[in-house]
Design a binder for this molecule. Structure first.
Ligand code: DGL
Length: 271
């Protein structure tokens, strides 16, 4: 049994989609979450900057004695994973392989769309992983740089005209290709699932990278004998690198539970 917490980080709020799933799959686990809200978004930055930020984020989680680090961020996963696996003394998972595997299993017509931040799409990480799994798959990629700010601002309702227009502008090309599965390759994007689903049609499967990664992390912990066997519910601690007030409100919406005062600010430059 390991009561050490699971460490999860993202550039902002998006990784909470993984936390929500972790809490539902493994309610007894303690979780430490770091959202780099002072430096979000990562997706338009250089690979060097993303790697520097990812190392600081992971070091912060290590300072909380985590038993596993989850990069719940498509951008970090696709550009900094090798560096993170090499530097971390604890197990590490990113979002790419579990999400690609779920999409390859889900598609019927072999046409998969991948949406993500500019850095994620430019890395080609999802495309490479999908083609490694099955080289007959046709993969169509589309960067959607405005989706992260939409989510961070809470413009997420299917009735929101700005959200609807932005989704249509980016996803038209995937609709025209007749994809039957879309990887939501950024952990912010599941928050826009309702708007996206309405536009592409409910028969298109939307693969949630936060959810698939949480399932994968649970398997990793079980295999390594690191699950927490306590019977009471685990504690969640939240940390951000900027204002705590707005975060608590939006995070409570994402997690469907009130995180209240349980969020603190850290100076991430020190890690
Ligand atoms: N949730 C992050 C991701 O999955 C957001 C990226 C960003 O900060 O631009 O890519």
């Amino acid at each position: 049994m390991s009561a050490q917490p699971i460490g999860v980080f993202d550039s902002g709020l998006g990784g909470l989609t993984a936390v929500k799933q972790l809490r539902s799959i493994m309610p007894h686990e303690n979780i430490v979450y770091f959202g780099d809200t002072g430096r979000v978004p990562y997706g338009n930055r250089s690979v060097e900057t993303i790697r520097k930020y990812a190392a600081q984020d992971a070091n912060f989680l290590l300072s909380h004695n985590v038993k596993i680090v989850i990069a719940a961020c498509g951008t970090v996963s696709s550009t900094a994973s090798e560096m993170l696996s090499n530097m971390l003394p604890v197990p590490y998972t990113n979002v790419i392989s579990p999400t690609a595997r779920a999409a390859a299993d889900a598609t019927q017509n072999g046409k998969i769309g991948v949406i993500g931040t500019r850095a994620t799409i430019m890395s080609g990480a999802y495309k490479k992983e999908l083609e490694r799994l099955d080289n007959s798959l046709q993969v169509f990629q589309k960067e959607c740089p405005l989706f992260v700010p939409l989510v961070e601002e809470g413009f997420i309702s299917p009735q929101d005209p700005i959200a609807k227009l932005t989704v249509e502008r980016y996803l038209k090309v995937l609709k025209e290709q007749n994809v039957d599965t879309i990887i939501l390759g950024c952990t912010h994007y599941p928050i826009l699932k309702a708007v996206i689903g309405e536009y592409v049609g409910m028969d298109v499967k939307l693969i949630d990278s936060g959810k698939e990664t949480a399932i994968h992390a649970a398997q990793m912990l079980a295999e390594k004998g690191l699950l927490n066997t306590q019977t009471e519910d685990g504690e969640c601690e939240f940390f951000v690198s900027d204002r705590t007030e707005g975060f608590a409100d939006i995070a409570s919406l994402f997690l469907h539970s009130n995180i209240g005062e349980n969020v603190s600010r850290v100076d991430i430059q020190h890690y």
